[in-house]
Design a protein around this ligand. Structure first.
Ligand SMILES: [Zn+2]
Ligand SMILES: [Zn+2]
Length: 79
């Protein structure tokens, strides 16, 4: 077994907030629960990531931290 749910939700990988941490699916596919597809994000950063206005900013922050993220251009547009 890879990284556990508990480890993934230990803290937000962007800001380190560790009280409330949710799981985000990097490829936006909720069925892909592979540990390299999951990151822990605090409510603020999680919401920002799902807001097309901040998506690119958050993606860049994650890339700076060494995460390989393919930015789905379709997700950059408002729904
Ligand atoms: Zn955060
Ligand atoms: Zn998410």
């Amino acid at each position: 077994m890879g990284i556990t749910y508990k480890q993934l939700t230990k803290e937000c990988i962007i800001c380190g907030f560790n009280k409330v941490v949710g799981l985000h699916h990097i490829d936006e596919n909720r069925k892909n629960n592979n540990s390299n597809n999951l990151i822990g994000l605090c409510p603020n950063h999680h919401q920002m990531y799902h807001n097309y206005r901040y998506r690119e900013e958050i993606t860049n922050l994650l890339r700076n931290r060494g995460y390989k993220i393919e930015l789905n251009k379709d997700l950059l547009r408002p729904v």
